[in-house]
Design a protein around this ligand. Structure first.
Ligand code: F6P
Length: 229
């Protein structure tokens, strides 16, 4: 990866669909998601100082609403939209298990390659992210506000981790992940805003009700580590 690109990736604030456990869609932020959006400028400034950031969002409302108070230039990319869940768009995991039991099982068995009927797989998302990755490689100080599946793919690329494992990675809401290139790898820092949110993570085999997460940290910075590229 470029030695100049500092990429801050964050998931959008909690949305109304996150609260109801529905996937996909184009929902507005929940009241807690809106609260998070208001705190973002300070959280970002605390990490980036006076750096002139550029904010990239998807074309979906929840990312634009999350970025709305950030005082930087903004660009929205269709390629940053959430993985298209096709016929399952708007359903909960429990609905999918009930209405498409074979698909639910097949996705758990090979989540990276499974393509939703009329939608996308993680593999498809990795391919459509190629222009974004190329642009990130030659840019610096980019703040990306995007979605769970997309963030997993971008993260795996820059951290050099296995793309096939990335669909199971936990990406908390209301958390800023800062990736900085270093001589021997990529440094990662995670900063949490003190605003609770549901967890949208689902473990293999589970129907995952989106309950409140316990991972909100009182301290804004919970980890900083360097992984070899
Ligand atoms: O639940 C939030 C969400 O962004 C959904 O819109 C999306 O389908 C899902 O996460 C992707 O995560 P997973 O691949 O684990 O289902």
């Amino acid at each position: 990866m470029s030695s100049q690109c500092t990429d801050k990736s964050r998931k959008h604030g909690e949305s109304l669909y996150n609260l109801s456990g529905q996937i996909g869609g184009d929902a507005d932020l929940s009241p807690r998601g809106q609260q998070y959006a208001k705190l973002l400028p300070d959280l970002v400034a605390g990490s980036a100082g006076d750096l002139p950031l550029t904010v990239w969002t998807s074309t979906l409302k929840r990312t634009a609403q999350t970025a709305r108070y950030l005082p930087y230039e903004k660009l929205s990319w269709k390629a940053l939209d959430e993985l298209d869940s096709g016929v399952c768009d708007g359903l909960t995991y429990a609905d999918i298990e009930q209405q498409y039991p074979q698909d639910f099982k097949a996705r758990d068995e090979d989540k990276y390659n499974y393509r939703y009927l009329g939608g996308e797989s993680y593999r498809d998302v990795v391919i459509r992210l190629e222009p974004i990755i190329m642009e990130l490689e030659r840019s610096e100080n980019i703040l990306i506000v995007t979605h769970q599946a997309v963030l997993r793919c971008i993260y795996a690329y820059f951290m050099g981790s296995d793309q096939k494992q990335s669909p199971w990675m936990e990406v908390p809401l209301h958390c800023l992940i800062k990736l900085t290139p270093r001589a021997y790898g990529t440094q990662e820092e995670r900063m949490f805003a003190d605003v609770p949110a549901v967890s949208t993570w689902r473990e293999k085999g589970s129907k995952a009700v989106h309950a409140d997460s316990n991972s909100v940290q009182p301290s804004p910075m919970i980890s900083a580590e360097v992984k070899p590229a």
